[in-house]
Unconditional design. Structure first.
Length: 929
RNA sequence: GGGCGGAUAGCUCAGCCGGUUAGAGCAUCGGCUUUACAAGCCGGGGGUCGCAGGUUCGAACCCUGCUCCGCCUACCA
């Protein structure tokens, strides 16, 4: 410190996050044992595609701002990192990358490739998060394919099976013909397509010609009924008739249902096996015939007659042509219609029927709405999305996927009677394909000893929905190595001490230090105790005691409210009756410059690594802090560059302080004016008295010597009898601090950084430093006392301001802490230091009125200099200040030293002879060069 | 169809529980470099607060309607 620094271009800014010199990661071991826990259910990103862009950097940073703040507030941070690497997204990625045809590769080969890509992905992510300064505890890492997650998912399955909240059903399900798997409603998005509504002629058994409108003529062969509205007098006479289907010539009954719109088409509706959700509903309610013509491959089967083997899409064209040849298409109308597509591949989904495992959810919507009401939503309007989704769910949750790479079901079937044999908890995790059930050799129903393994895997959300349970080691997983599985004992458990009292008690660093020293480093390691869980007791007692569960915060993106968030609520309600987390923080999207959502596939992708390389991680985080919670944010390289400017400004502002403290070396007791030098003498005495070093983190290297004559804690800042500008600065700082804390408490980090930034630029740099710095150019000892006062104030304000910046700008704040502030402090990292306590006694409203006079004169002075083409540091011989207001005159006289310093004037002449031309202005100034 | 969010300077945004002359950054124009910072500092110009009504002494802010953008949601086959 003290050397002139041009902004380094190294990455990360000033400080290598991988080195030990920079405490940027979670270090909860140093937090006091009695601190309350703040646990974070960190979103596990899909590692498969290494698709991270600045939008991801944005959302992870935003959550992390809050977490760093909470850490400084004294919370014991439980901040794990998960990687979502099982399931369809990974499979799709591997399929694309290796151009795999699923039917030509073995399950094992495919899984190996998935695992390989997973490993690569995890490393890529970890490197980036570290470069970005994301302070997760890497000892708390999980991957959704690891043993712990498999065990947790399987345990959940078993427990819900026992509670009859998992069911095996054979009913129509949503099917992706491309991925060849069943899906859940949440995997589907509705897209609008251009379609054609065909009016097709049918014939009734009494030879009446009937026109029926449909968008899916290819399903004629699957038609099982014709519907009309019971109030539609046009068709009541068809009650007992049969209708002959064109081309196929089979006949179907006429049925009536209120849901049929008389206005739509001709008021007749063709119901098939199953063209859409409405068909399924009528099939269920009216117990219709079943005529399946679509195969899982998406091709028509033998029941489609001549159309066998043709894909659904092509069949439509062929059948329309054939109908036209028969002159049975009476009209065509273009329309927009909504089609469900698989959100992973964009393929239009179909309904087919195969046995699947389901978690019933339709009957418990009320519970889920109620749970949603219990959560604190940030921002509040995001709750609407949850409510609407829950209210609109149509299907129970199908958790079976006909895929390879996922968590297996802990299930076998009796080869004779098909009875499911469910694994017991003590044999989890289990893969039924490679092992037999341990608890039984024979089918409990028929005594057969031949079992068929369930080959389906679970929906990826079956695991992701368990993240709070994974984090709290609900499944009692004991890892055989140290690298996987959580160590929840890192969170201390001591409820006997009132947490809030202790946090209040740690008002400053000295107090903090005292407490730190009293920490019982013998952190309770309870890993082994976890083994003693009563396996039937699934009430999360351990995690609850450690306050991991329910988790404190769930940060996540808006588009997975209906999946991750909803399913986690479902699981938590079913397993515990409780909500899985208390607070939900929903981030917006990173957009490209033109306002489109950033994604790799669209090519509007900005790689965070490049931005970090060019501008530093702190600068990127500065950009990320610009978006209010829940708001989308356009990527702007200019804003990142502004972030970098802020870093340089902070660096130089601290350098000013450090340099001037360093120059105290040139002071000596005999050149100080005794009348004004009590404080300086005290400092100098300290510097000369070895015992005085006890309050320092002192060692004898040169760097420490530079600052050894300064002790910011010699006297409390409130007792220094400060001039108005210093009181004003402290007042403005305390107000900033208060606001900033309030913003953080309500998750409004963007308002927080704006508030600190405004204070730092406008109040501290542009005005306070400009007013005061002239004093530091004075060599006369007469100014020594004023210098010491100012240094104390600058130390207090700049250090605490840096703390307010620390959650946003972890690298530079740590670097400045280690290279400068740490000479006077004891904590090992600024990120483990205590958030400043608001000190009302430092508020001095009258100082604001007084300093406003200085600021008015300074503003006039700056304009005058600009008009006179004088540079801002040019010394003027005389500054004339005129005012008609006696109070202002008095203030000017009282503050004359600071006004002269601010305006670089050698002499100040004050006059009340306001004969001037300044109109309504209270003060008028002029210069004599 | 229903809902949510947004529309303020050339650009990106703040301000919004009503209250002087609507702010910031960037861009632009002009000036200024030994004394924290030229990757800097100082100053200037620039706005019918989406449109139309209403409430009020007073509206960017509250109410009603509309337009456009983004998103969520929806069985019209």
């Amino acid at each position: 410190m003290g050397e002139r620094q041009n902004a380094p271009m190294t990455t990360p800014f000033f400080c290598d996050s991988n080195s030990n010199s920079c405490s940027l990661n979670a270090e909860n071991a140093d937090a006091p044992v009695f601190s309350p826990t703040f646990s974070i259910d960190t979103p596990p990103p899909y590692v498969s595609s290494a698709h991270l862009h600045v939008g991801h950097a944005m959302s992870y940073s935003q959550a992390e701002f809050i977490i760093r703040y909470k850490r400084m507030k004294g919370f014991n941070i439980f901040y794990p990192m998960g990687f979502d690497d099982n399931g369809l997204p990974t499979e799709r990625y591997v399929e694309k990358k290796y151009k795999i045809n699923k039917s030509k590769i073995t399950r094992d080969e495919f899984i190996d490739l998935c695992l390989k890509e997973t490993k690569i992905g995890i490393n890529t992510y970890k490197e980036l998060w570290q470069a970005l300064g994301i302070s997760v505890d890497w000892d708390l890492t999980y991957s959704t394919i690891d043993g712990k997650c498999r065990k947790t998912s399987q345990k959940s399955f078993i427990e819900l099976y026992d509670k009859k909240l998992v069911e095996r059903r054979n009913e129509p399900i949503i099917w992706c013909p491309l991925c060849r798997t069943s899906l859940a409603q949440a995997d589907i998005t509705i897209e609008e397509f251009d379609g054609v509504l065909y009016d097709i002629e049918f014939i009734s058994s009494s030879e009446e010609k009937l026109i029926i409108s449909t968008t899916r003529p290819e399903l004629l062969g699957a038609c099982v009924a014709i519907y009309a509205n019971p109030s539609d007098s046009r068709y009541l006479h068809l009650k007992d008739e049969l209708i002959k289907i064109p081309i196929y010539n089979h006949t179907v009954p006429v049925k009536f249902d209120e849901s049929v719109e008389t206005e739509y088409g001709t008021g007749l509706m063709m119901v098939c096996t199953w063209g859409d959700a409405e068909d399924v509903k009528k099939w269920k309610e009216h117990k219709l015939e079943t005529a399946i013509i679509i195969e899982p491959s998406g091709k028509l089967n033998e029941k489609a007659g001549d159309y066998k083997g043709i894909s659904v899409k092509d069949a439509k064209k062929v059948i329309v042509e054939d109908l036209k040849k028969l002159s049975l298409i009476k009209n065509e109308k273009k329309l927009k219609h909504n089609v469900g597509i698989h959100d992973r591949c964009g393929t239009a989904v179909e309904f087919i029927q195969t046995p699947q495992w389901f978690i019933p959810i339709l009957d418990y919507k009320d519970k889920f709405i109620e749970a949603g009401n219990k959560l604190n939503w940030y921002p509040a309007f995001m709750k609407t999305r949850y409510d609407e989704w829950v209210q609109n769910i149509k299907w129970d949750w199908n958790i079976s996927r006909q895929r390879f790479y996922g968590v297996p079901f802990p299930v076998w079937y009796c080869s004779r009677c098909n009875q499911p044999i469910i694994a017991k908890e003590d044999e989890l995790p289990v893969d039924p394909v490679v092992s037999r059930p341990k608890h039984t050799d024979i089918c409990p129903i028929c005594g057969n000893n031949e079992f068929i393994p369930e080959k389906d895997v679970m929906d990826t959300w079956m695991t992701s929905s368990m993240t709070p349970f994974i984090n709290s080691n609900w499944a009692n997983f004991v890892s055989d190595d140290n690298n996987s599985g959580h160590n929840i004992s890192k969170i201390n458990n001591n409820d006997n001490i009132s947490n809030s009292d202790n946090i209040k008690g740690r008002a400053d660093n000295i107090a903090n230090d005292a407490i730190n020293k009293n920490i019982n480093n013998d952190i309770i390691v309870k890993n082994k105790n976890i083994d003693n869980y009563n396996l039937s007791d699934t009430n999360l007692n351990e995690a609850k005691n450690k306050k991991i569960f329910p988790m404190t915060l769930r940060p996540q993106a808006q588009e997975i409210i209906r999946t991750w968030l909803f399913y986690t609520v479902v699981k938590s309600i079913y397993h515990t009756g409780n909500i899985p987390f208390e607070n939900v923080m929903i981030s917006g999207w990173g957009l490209d410059k033109s306002g489109k959502k950033m994604s790799k596939s669209l090519g509007n992708f900005v790689a965070p690594e490049e931005i970090i390389e060019k501008y530093s991680a702190d600068a990127l985080r500065y950009w990320a802090a610009k978006a209010n919670l829940g708001q989308d944010l356009r990527f702007s390289e200019e804003d990142v560059a502004n972030g970098r400017r802020l870093l340089i400004k902070i660096w130089n502002a601290v350098r000013f302080l450090a340099t001037n403290i360093d120059s105290l070396k040139s002071f000596s007791a005999d050149n100080v004016d005794n009348a004004d030098s009590e404080l300086l003498n005290a400092n100098l005495a300290d510097a000369n008295n070895k015992d005085g070093y006890n309050n320092y983190n002192y060692n004898n290297d040169d760097d420490n010597n530079k600052y050894s004559r300064f002790n910011p804690y010699k006297e409390d800042i409130s007792k220094l009898n400060l001039p108005a500008v210093d009181s004003w600065l402290l007042t403005e700082f305390e107000k900033t601090l208060k606001l900033c804390g309030e913003y953080f408490e309500s998750y409004e980090y963007s308002s927080a950084i704006r508030t600190v930034g405004d204070f730092f630029y406008n109040i501290y740099c542009d005005n306070y430093l400009e007013i005061i710095k002239n004093i530091f150019w004075e060599e006369s000892p007469l100014f020594n006392n004023r210098k010491i006062q100012s240094l104390n104030v600058m130390y207090y304000v700049s250090f605490n301001t840096l703390k307010l910046f620390a959650p946003f700008l972890p690298f530079i704040s740590e670097e400045l802490y280690l290279s400068f502030y740490k000479h006077f402090e004891t904590g090992k990292s600024i990120h483990l230091s205590v958030w400043p306590e608001y000190r009302h006694e430092l508020i001095n409203e009258s100082s604001i009125k007084q300093v406003n006079v200085i600021l008015a004169i300074l503003e006039s002075s700056r304009k005058l200099r600009t008009n006179l083409n004088l540079h801002q540091n040019h010394k003027v011989k005389r500054l004339f200040a005129y005012s008609a207001d006696e109070q202002i005159i008095e203030t000017i006289q009282n503050l004359s030293a600071d006004i002269m310093s601010a305006c670089r004037a050698e002499e100040l002449v004050v006059s009340n002879k306001a004969d001037f031309r300044a109109g309504d202005a209270d003060i008028y100034i002029s210069f004599e060069n």
